[in-house]
Design a protein around this ligand. Structure first.
Ligand code: MRU
Length: 369
C-alpha cells in the first residue's frame, strides 16, 4: 500500500537485518509511526495490545517473534517457550496458531546453529505468501464486484459495506475484504464503501477509512447500527468482511457486530461475502458457535474512546457513566447459512463443508478432528 508516496508492507526487517519493524496501529489515523520489535516479548506485547492486529498480520508478527527469541537462545526449550508465549497473546485468530505450528514444524529437528536463519526465512516466506494470497483473493472478489457493477446503471457506484478492518493493515499487504475493492477501484469500476466504525476499538473509522482515503477510494464512515437501515433502503449492493477463524463447515468468526450485519443482509437480500486466505480456516472445527474461542477484552475499551481533541492532542476519553460495568466480547460467529460465499485465494466457495473441501481437498483431508 502506498502511504505518503512510499510503498509499505505492514511488517519488515530493519536495516540491521534482524529487528522487526511494524506500523503502530494504536496511533493511526492521527500519527503514522513505526515500532521496532527486538525480542519475542516485544512481539507478544505488540500483538496483545494491538499495535498490530488483524488475523494474518498477527500470524506474521508471531512468526518473526519466534525468530527474535531464537537469536538469544536457539535451544528446544527456548523455542517451546517462545511458541507458548506468542500463542497465548490472542485466542480467536487461528492464523496465530497456524503460523506458530508452521514455525515449529520448520525448526524442530534442525541443528541449533541453523535455527535462527531458518526462522527468519520461514517468517519471511509467511509474509510473502500472505501478500500473494491476498492479491489472489482480490482477483476473485473483483469478479463479484464486476458482475454487480454490470447490473447497475453505467457510472453508478457499487455500494459495499464492510466491518472492522480487513485491509492492508490487517495483513502484510492488500488485505482480504479490501483487496477486491482496491482492484476494482484501480480497474476503473466505481465503488463506494460504507465503513462501519466498529466499536469499541473503531478499526473501521480509524484504520479502514485511513486506508481507503490513502488509496483514493470513495467511502463514508457510518455508526455500527446504520447498516441495516441502509440495506432496507437499497443503498448496499454487497457486504464483504474478513474473518479471524472460519470452521471447516463455513461458520465465520469476525469482529463483534459482523453477525448482526449478516442477519440484516439476509433479511434484505444483500449478498454477504467473507474474504479469507486458507490459513484462516480451522479444519479441526465444525461448530463455530460452540467451538471458536471468543476473546474477551478489557471493559475500558468500551467505557473509553481513543480520539483526537480539537486542539490536536490525542488521548482516551470516557464515554460511559462513571462506575458502570461493561462487557466486551471482541468477536462473534456468523453461521454458514448467512454467508453467500467465501472468497479465497483459490476461488469462491459456498460456505459449507462440501464447498470448502472441494476447493481445498489437500488441506481438508486428514485435518478434521
Ligand atoms: C484480514 S483480517 C480479518 C479479521 O482479522 C478482521 O476482520 C478483524 O476482525 C480484526 O480484529 P482485530 O481485533 O482488530 O484484530
Amino acid at each position: 500500500m502506498k502511504i505518503h508516496g512510499r510503498h509499505y508492507r505492514t511488517i519488515w526487517l530493519d536495516e540491521d537485518g534482524w529487528g522487526v519493524v511494524v506500523i503502530d496501529q494504536t496511533r493511526l489515523p492521527f500519527h503514522f509511526e513505526t515500532v521496532r520489535l527486538a525480542t519475542a516479548e516485544e512481539a507478544a506485547h505488540a500483538i496483545r495490545h494491538m499495535t498490530v492486529r488483524g488475523a494474518p498480520l498477527i500470524g506474521a508478527t508471531a512468526a518473526y517473534g519466534v525468530a527474535l527469541a531464537l537469536r538469544v537462545d536457539a535451544s528446544d526449550a527456548a523455542l517451546e517457550q517462545a511458541l507458548a508465549l506468542l500463542g497465548a497473546t490472542r485466542p480467536t485468530a487461528v492464523n496465530l496458531n497456524w503460523a506458530l505450528a508452521r514455525m515449529r514444524r520448520r525448526l524442530t529437528g534442525l541443528p541449533q546453529a541453523e535455527r535462527v536463519a531458518a526462522a527468519y526465512a520461514e517468517a519471511g516466506a509467511i509474509c510473502d505468501e500472505d501478500v500473494a494470497l491476498c492479491h489472489a483473493i482480490g482477483e476473485h472478489g473483483l469478479g463479484v464486484i464486476r458482475e454487480i457493477a454490470a447490473r447497475k446503471p453505467a457510472g453508478e457506484p457499487v455500494n459495499i459495506l464492510t466491518h472492522c478492518n480487513a485491509g492492508w493493515l490487517a495483513t502484510v499487504d492488500w488485505g482480504t475484504a479490501l483487496a477486491p475493492i482496491y482492484l476494482a477501484h484501480d480497474a476503473g469500476i466505481p465503488v463506494h464503501v460504507w465503513v462501519d466504525e466498529t466499536r469499541p476499538r473503531n478499526q473501521g473509522a480509524a484504520l479502514t477509512a485511513y486506508e481507503l482515503g490513502s488509496h483514493g477510494v470513495p467511502h463514508a464512515v457510518i455508526v455500527d447500527n446504520a447498516g441495516g437501515h441502509l440495506m432496507q433502503h437499497g443503498q448496499v449492493d454487497m457486504v464483504i468482511v474478513g474473518t479471524d477463524r472460519t470452521t471447516a463447515s463455513g461458520d465465520v468468526a469476525n469482529k463483534i457486530g459482523t453477525y448482526l450485519k449478516a442477519l440484516a443482509a439476509k433479511d434484505n437480500g444483500v449478498p454477504f461475502y467473507v474474504a479469507l486466505p486458507s490459513p484462516t480456516i480451522d479444519w479441526t472445527l465444525q461448530d463455530g458457535l460452540r467451538e471458536i474461542p471468543i476473546e474477551e477484552r478489557s471493559q475500558r475499551e468500551v467505557t473509553h474512546l481513543f480520539g483526537q481533541a480539537e486542539d490536536g492532542r490525542t488521548g482516551f476519553f470516557q464515554v460511559a457513566a462513571p462506575g458502570s460495568a461493561a462487557c466486551n466480547p471482541a468477536f462473534d460467529v456468523t453461521p454458514a447459512r448467512l454467508v453467500t460465499g467465501l472468497i479465497t485465494e483459490r476461488g469462491i466457495a459456498p460456505a459449507s463443508a462440501e464447498g470448502l473441501a472441494r476447493l481445498f481437498p489437500d488441506l481438508a483431508q486428514g485435518q478434521a478432528a
